[in-house]
Design a binder for this molecule. Sequence first.
Ligand code: NAP
Length: 523
Amino acid sequence: MTAAGDGGPAATLEPALDEALAQAAEAAAGVSRRPEPVAVVIFGASGDLAARKILPALATLAARQALPDGFAVVGVARSEIGDDEFRDRCMAAAGGEEANPAWTRLVRQFRYVAGDYGEDVTFATLAEVLDELDASAGTRGNRLYYLATVPSMFGRVAGGLARHGGNRPGPGGSFARLVVEKPFGTDLDSARRLDDELHQSFDEDQIFRIDHYMGKETVQNVLALRFANAIFEPIWNRRYVDHVQVTVAERLGVEHRGNFYESAGALRDIVQNHVMQVLSLTLMEPPATMEANAIRDEKVKLLRSVVVPRADQQVEHVVRAQYGAGTCGGEAVPGYREEEGVDPRSMTETYLAMNLAVDNWRWAGVPVYIRTGKRLADRVTEVTMIFQRPPHLPFAGQLTRDLRPDSLKLRIQPDEGISLCFGAKVPGPTFRVRSVSMDFSYQQAFPGGTAEAYERLLLDAMTGDAMLFIRSDEVDQAWQIVAPIQEAFAFGEPPLAHYPAGSWGPIEADRLIEATGRQWSNP
Ligand SMILES: NC(=O)c1ccc[n+]([C@@H]2O[C@H](COP(=O)([O-])OP(=O)(O)OC[C@H]3O[C@@H](n4cnc5c(N)ncnc54)[C@H](OP(=O)(O)O)[C@@H]3O)[C@@H](O)[C@H]2O)c1
């Protein structure tokens, strides 16, 4: 990496030193933020998400000195475990005492409240514990409530907190925020009901809805790519882009979560949330500032521009499918209907492909192809902008047979980075041209590694920065886009297709895109 002053000689810096200097400059400019003292209350403290994501993320933030001095966690769930057992679990999430002394010091004051969310006494006890922590741990009345529990309890918890005054900022200007995990409803009606319930107790600006995709550096980098550079934005429109592809492919099947997946399916699990988030960031208009509502206004405007075909037209736009037995990563794997917890006659889709249109000035006439599935050939999440072909190729036909349209691939995971694919002359006596790729790799450019999504999101929620959280109208709009597809599914349309595990999906999905002379851009 190279740093150069105005007209001065370029100096080469070690990447680590370079990063450290950048961080010091950020700190001096007040850009790197440390939250105010706060008590984080985890509803669902004995559950999977708390153990796998929330507690490890908090522990890492402690190790990075990113937590405030006045900090405590209170776990709330039914399991009859006491403070000591909860603290042991918190330590286990951090990989033990030696691994993280800063966390070890904090964990000593963590508390656990055993109780049912349906009972008022749970919230009364919680309020007492939080008051005690204000005195003993210096949490100063600030609360971050994290709903990491079953969605049917979201409204009850919010109501219980409100009945005990936990939803209102305290007298000294303290804050009360509510972090909500997906799913935000299971369809448009239930999402609206959930919002009504939450809004009875918390104002919208107190609610932080998490879509962990938004915490990924590579998703945020879509904003940097588009709005920190002058070279991409001029071609980011219908005049240059032929079509857009979004792929969210998983190699894994449903693992031990067959029961959960039966009631979810690819449309609800991935498309309504993650895909809509990535799509709106990629296609939205430039925001005036990086302020939370400036960005969320643009995202929701984009979602409003998505054309939603009626349910009876969905058959032309959507392919749904289920995986059968096959070979994935060299291993023989069962079909979806043979998975544990899955109905042997299940109609739940494990794969979905669709095309959408965005009816606005920038994107009119540019199709957007989306596909997501389990048990596909590879694990990859990426957005690809495929550009139009040159209007005229002066080379003889067979000399360009290996030339694909130019494309820009935003690789969100796992091999995070960006690839620009364009035509280059093949060395030799003829003017043969073929596609080559120019790659930017996050890991090479920033060898320190990227933070886990939950670390960033928890820190943002503690500091009150809502930019990466989903606003109520975004959720609503995304449900409006998928509602006609849900309606079509309820009528058995389109018919369920099948694909072998380890493939790139059903033949019907290839036909969907090939009907317009295009192809899926497989990694
Ligand atoms: N796990 C993931 O990777 C993941 C990813 C994304 C989103 N999410 C979302 O995060 C939320 C939590 O998921 P999870 O997998 O952690 O669920 P989970 O393992 O089933 O945990 C549920 C938690 O809620 C508590 N709970 C449930 N009903 C309760 C009640 N009536 N009173 C008191 N406590 C109650 C449970 O306590 P007891 O067990 O002690 O009764 C447990 O701590 C869900 O909304 C899920 O959709 C999870």
